[in-house]
Every structure is written in structure tokens, then in C-alpha cells.
Design a protein around this ligand. Sequence first.
Ligand code: SAM
Length: 229
Amino acid sequence: MKINVISIFPDVMETILSMGMLGVADKKALVEFKVVDPRDFTEDRHRTVDDEPYGGGGGMILMAPPIVDAVESLDVAKGSPVVLLSPAGRQFDQVMAKRFASELEMTFVCGRYKGVDERVRELVITEEVSIGDFVLSGGELAAGVCIESIVRLVGDVLGNQETSETDSFASKRDYLLDCTYYTRPVEYRGHRVPDVLLSGHHKEIENWRHESSLDRTRRLRPDLLNKKN
Ligand code: SAM
């Protein structure tokens, strides 16, 4: 899978994309990242990418030409998603992560300041995505959040060490939260690992984990119980 990011802070984005599982996936060539700086598509000495809004008011707006040119320089396949990170977008979730993970290529466009000129949306954006009802100063961290959850669903990225199939929101468990987990020591400050997990009975452990998932979902996120993938 190829993931492109348009950002006026390419160094921030490169750092995020080189961290942990993302960096490993990149090194193993399981994903390919490309970061494009809209400043490379400016013609003035200061490489200006923002300007004041027509009609006045505070804040600066990212201009359309450098961003549109940056997206078009990628020459992405027709129909591949070009996603604008925006508080006004559809809220990102695991279903969306799965959909994007099935794409061969996708592009994220990071806004800054008061946002982007509307012509960016009109000309190159296919959908808008938000990571929640709060406002960040830029789209880079939001893109990082989306990309991390997408890439861990791309085949072979997690390897045998970890599986996404039993994670919270994974389709195999409908829309449940993951179960509780324990590791060594068996007893810590009077808190003991449930005996069933030490029993070696795989079927009983599986049943216990399913009950644990149901219990956590009922207590912590009862709204999920009616939700299906
Ligand atoms: N004026 C905009 C508004 O109120 O909707 C907020 C602009 S915000 C300061 C600058 C950029 O950060 C946005 O263009 C977007 O790319 C990114 N951003 C901020 N909050 C976000 C969120 N919740 N989800 C995704 N991107 C976000």
C-alpha cells in the first residue's frame, strides 16, 4: 500500500512515519510513504503557502494552488481516496480504517492555521475525516493517528507476534472491546491472575475472554453493543 501525505511540516510527518510499527513496515517495504511539501510548489522567494482570508477576520488560510499542485504531482490512480483532515469531517473509526487498509494508494492532506481554501476541497478532495470533536493546530498528528491504525491492518505488518483480529472493534468479535490481559507475576500486591488463564484449557480460556470482552463493553462502552461491522 502507498500512503501519501501533503504537509507544510514534512519533517514532523517523516518523524511520525518512521516511528515504531510504521517505520518497520516501511523498512520491510510492506507500505510506501511519500511526504510532499506544498512549499515546493510555490514560486516566490519566501515559498508562501498561506494568506489572509477574503472578507477579513483573524488567522491565515492555506492557499489552493500549492496544495492542489502538490496533490496533482502525485498522479494518483483515479478513484483513490484523497482525504482532507478536518474537524468537520466524518469521524474516523475502525470501519473506516479497514476500508482504507484495502486501498492500494491513498493521500492525506493536512490543514493548518484557520484551514484550507475551499477550492482545495472542490478540486482534489474525495472525503473529509476528523479524529474527534476537538480542534488541533494542524492535520499532521491526525494523519498520524489514521495512518497508524490503517497500516496495522495491512497484511503481514503485524506478523505473528501480534494480531489485530482480537482487538477492540475487530469484526470477529462484532463491536466489542478487547478482553483484559495479565502477564507475570501470577500474584501482585494481593491481586491474582484468574485461575482459568493458568489452566491451559484453550476452550475455557476462549470462553473467559469472550465474557471479559462482553463485561468490559457493557461497563465501559454500552453504546457499542448494538453496533455491528
Ligand atoms: N477553523 C477550523 C475549524 O474550526 O473547523 C480549524 C482549523 S485547525 C486550527 C487547522 C487544521 O488542523 C485543520 O485544517 C485540520 O487539517 C487539522 N485539524 C484540527 N482538528 C482536527 C480534527 N479534530 N481532526 C482532523 N484534523 C484536524
